[in-house]
Design a protein around this ligand. Sequence first.
Ligand code: SF4
Ligand code: SF4
Length: 151
Amino acid sequence: MLLEIKKWFLSAVLRKKYYRTGKCNACGQCCTHIYVKHYKHVIQDEKEFKKLQYLHSFYAGLKVIDKDDIGLVFECQNLDPVTRKCKIHKTRPAICRRYPQEELFSMGGALSENCGYKMEPIIEFSKVLEKEIRRSEPFWKKIIFTIKKRY
Ligand code: SF4
Ligand code: SF4
């Protein structure tokens, strides 16, 4: 039931379509392939990114490593290349603590192959409620409901 309340909150209050399951296995992959979204667009241009670096300390730690169809690709220099652990784990920015979020998909991104998280679609609370009501109904009512639904 707690999960249903959480899903309802995410869907009805925060207008989310997905909820997160699983946990981080500290593979470090998400720290080596980062896109930066500013307002509604993904950063494509290094000059524009240089201006953003003054706005947030997280950006200051990013280094451009590539560019693809989505935009500039960054890697975070706070990731220890040997241990693959975050060097500032305890004080890492909120954006890292909240990762992954569904905005990832709207940018054209995806979870990395080894990521321990999954993003599951939220089924509307009204549908869950309907299912629960149907489950508690007597058998004959279910038949009527099914007939009504079909015709
Ligand atoms: S600050 Fe740490 S958790 Fe965040 S992207 Fe960099 S290495 Fe990863
Ligand atoms: S890719 Fe997923 S499992 Fe790996 S460090 Fe990032 S959040 Fe954790």
